[in-house]
Design a protein around this ligand. Sequence first.
Ligand code: PEP
Length: 283
Amino acid sequence: RILGRHRDEKRLAGFTYNGIEFSQDSLNVFAGLCAVDNPKHVEEMLSALKANGLQCTRMGAYKPRTNPYAFQGHGADCLPWVFDLAGKYGIKVIAMEVTHEQHIAEINEALDQSGNPCGVILQIGTRNTQNFELLKAIGRQTRHPGLLKRGFGITLNESLNAAEYLASEGNNQVIFCLRGMKSDFGAPHRNLVDFAQVPTVKRLTRMPVCIDPSHSVGTRERSPDGILELCHATTQGIIAGANMVLVDFHPAPEKALVDGPQAMLLSELEPFLKDVEIARNAY
Ligand code: PEP
């Protein structure tokens, strides 16, 4: 069980995946594209990660969109070149959302064909937190860890039970992600930033806890003191004890096909990582 509260069991849910440690003691930054758009942007993104010593990224191939006419992601078509580029830039783990059980098979097939040693964490988006058949499918397979986003309109306890679905089917490699809640009190952010709940999740469960400042804050705007709101939220989450940061960057946010306004510029990656380091040392 993931929802164990016994102190001695605390470390049991930590795991190492493709050489990267995920536990309630580790900290990994997954900076990358919200949505894969073209090989040039993916390559520029991965090159920036390598230059900054990062080995993990986020890359969205399957995008759940509010508007049916909006870009839905390139899906399986982009997987071969995304995995090849990941190999070229030494990426060890990619966080990638899946919205249907079939996507797991597509990812496996593309990984097997590319012969690329990169790993994929299967992300369950906030709109699918209670898609129980998808949860069971990701729980049944144990090749990839799962990254469960909290539901943006349900209680924390309901989201934690959704994570338990993965474990109940056999997959104990589960990371829980706080990504903000829908609320009128969240303004001027896209969602009510909920990173104060990092210690609560760590106390109630044995899962590593991820924060997603991009989908919580939802804007690259700066606060009156000139600091990016995204950096403020991230450092607060890390000081609260977050173990993973899922964050949107883009080489040309104005051309991004999904969520451009919340993507940070590549020139902001280095200062962002410095802030992460300062917050890590403060935790
Ligand atoms: C995402 O991370 O790309 C995403 C769509 O997030 P969420 O499910 O939290 O909205």
